[in-house]
Design a protein around this ligand. Structure first.
Ligand code: GLA
Length: 338
């Protein structure tokens, strides 16, 4: 019997920077996906606690995107990636088991990355963090066609209890940043969303268009923005350049236990996603305003890919926000049994 567990994640600051090799400040949360079962045979059979339809496919799977049920595509794609890149016979055999999760599904808290990572570990993938994160990112691309970055998988794998993570998505360096006991992180659900079919891929393309003119956005500064004639592309680039700066400033504020500054950086980050990156919604804007009006809230913003999902707030401990729940910084994914 094998049980592998992987957490979801919340981004405190640094959204839509990862696919340009930028900076992120994220946190693995105490909501997990578990895959548990027995290796063996040549089929991948998984039952889910959240869907009546089970996954039952022969391995190797030629096209994970054609798999039903849809949640099983992530598992099929992980098995596909393991088979393509592994020389270990044990790592490409079948598996029979169950999937359960406490990560809200389709809420912008990386339920898909948690499923990929837990599946990969249960199927016997090499647990070396960077290779595992890259394998799961490729699986995500294969399952969805979405050109997503690596922050979700990296955070789920590399989380450190009681700490946020500063990620450099160019070098893939992870730096734990301690969260003071004067800070609590709370999340409020706003709306279900799917990034597939959203303008996410268009945002990735617009950033690439900016980089073709002014070079890597992670190295650029605001003075270069004037060279971008297309005003939409210029706004996208302005978000990424300023968001990288906000990650640096936010990490420094946490290190100095300056939570007021950290909170106002989150609010600036939200405005940038709303006005320059156009990934917020009126409902999310309202939720951020509501949260910021609560006494004891340092700041709030939308979190993750956007177009729905959740908002996140940094608060004093014990603050009650209607409809929100406290998330704690959790350790990264692991095989918990045997
Ligand atoms: C989604 C993607 C990530 C990242 C965020 C936005 O969660 O999967 O790679 O781009 O959106 O920061």
């Amino acid at each position: 019997m094998v049980t592998a567990r992987a957490p979801g994640r919340v981004v405190l600051i640094g959204d839509h920077t990862d696919y340009t090799g930028g900076l992120v400040l994220s946190m693995a949360i105490d909501r997990f996906t578990e895959v548990t079962g027995h290796p063996g045979g040549d089929r991948l059979r998984l039952r889910s606690h959240d869907d009546a339809e089970a996954l039952d496919i022969a391995l190797p799977t030629p096209d994970p995107r054609a798999v039903q049920p849809a949640w099983g595509r992530y598992c099929a794609a992980v098995a596909h990636e393991i088979a393509q890149h592994s020389s270990s016979a044990a790592a490409i055999g079948g598996f029979t088991g169950t999937v359960s999760t406490t990560v809200p599904i389709g809420a912008g808290l990386s339920s898909s990355a948690a499923l990929e990572v837990a599946t990969a570990l249960a199927l016997g993938a090499d647990p070396e963090p960077l290779g595992l994160a890259q394998l799961c990112q490729r699986a995500e691309h294969r399952a969805t066609g979405l050109p997503s970055g690596i922050l979700d998988q990296l955070t789920s794998i590399c989380g450190v209890e009681g700490h946020a993570l500063r990620l450099d998505c160019n070098t893939l360096e992870r730096t734990p940043v301690a969260l003071s006991d004067r800070a609590q992180v709370q999340v409020r659900f706003v709306a279900h969303r799917r990034l597939v079919g959203s303008p996410y891929a268009e945002r990735v393309a617009q950033c690439a268009a900016a980089e073709a003119i002014i070079g890597p956005l992670r190295l650029a500064d605001a003075a270069l923005l004037d060279r971008l004639e297309d005003t939409v592309v210029r706004r996208r680039a302005r978000h990424v350049i300023s968001e990288n700066e906000r990650v640096r400033a936010f990490a420094a504020a946490l290190e100095h236990d300056d939570l007021g500054t950290a909170g106002s950086i989150m609010v600036d980050g939200h405005r940038s996603l709303r006005d320059d990156f156009d990934t917020s919604t009126a409902e999310m804007d309202r939720a951020v305003d509501d949260l910021c009006a609560v006494r004891g809230v340092y700041g709030a913003r939308m979190t993750g890919g956007g177009f729905g999902g959740c908002v996140v707030a940094l608060t004093e401990p014990g603050v009650h926000i209607p409809g929100a729940w406290v998330v704690r910084a959790a350790a990264g994914a692991a095989v918990v049994e045997p």
